[in-house]
Design a protein around this ligand. Structure first.
Ligand code: CUA
Length: 177
């Protein structure tokens, strides 16, 4: 069978591209140790059946960590964020804040409008990331993953205040742990 010279060239290029794509994926998973989005980089998992009854997620909210940093334990659930729906989640400006987000029911999204903060809340996994809010103001929070009939109502707010105005009343009691 005669194959035209250009036909061979295109077949060759296509196979080469496919080999490149497979190579890139293999390189990412092995050498760079990448994980799928929403996958938990810290290796921490949680039982979605008991997450609301025990551990830090049973008492979601802001905790003060060492070195003037903060941790936020957040539940994304049908159809609200705890904290941040109803009452805004209040955070200090310019401080390192580490979010820990999980879901007790179905997959939700967590996006802070106007920022690059964007995570998936997957039952059984804890999404963890650290950020700093450089400006005061009120930020909208939305769920960007279809999660059921009231998905479009699933939203919240983050209110960033000057660090000097941030006080203990914004923190959850840790005695519940
Ligand atoms: Cu939660 Cu959409």
């Amino acid at each position: 069978m005669h194959i035209h010279r250009f036909e061979k060239l295109w077949i060759g290029l296509s196979l080469f591209l496919i080999a490149c794509f497979i190579g890139i994926v293999m390189f990412g998973f092995t050498v760079l140790d990448l994980k799928v989005p929403g996958g938990d980089r810290s290796g921490k998992t949680v039982d979605p059946k008991t997450v609301m009854a025990e551990g830090p997620f049973s008492n979601p909210g802001v905790r003060e960590a060492e070195n003037g940093e903060y941790d936020v334990y957040m539940l994304a659930q049908k159809f609200l964020f705890r904290p941040s729906s109803g009452q805004p989640l209040v955070l200090p400006k310019g401080k390192r804040v580490t979010f820990h987000i999980t879901s007790p029911d179905v997959i939700h999204g967590f996006e802070v409008v106007g920022t690059n903060i964007n995570a998936m809340a997957i039952p059984g996994q804890i999404a963890t990331f650290t950020t700093i809010f450089p400006k005061t103001g009120t930020y909208g929070v939305i769920c960007h993953e279809y999660c059921g009939a009231a998905h479009h109502t699933m939203q919240g707010q983050i209110k960033v205040v000057p660090a000097s105005e941030y006080d203990e009343s914004n923190l959850v009691s840790t005695s519940a742990n």
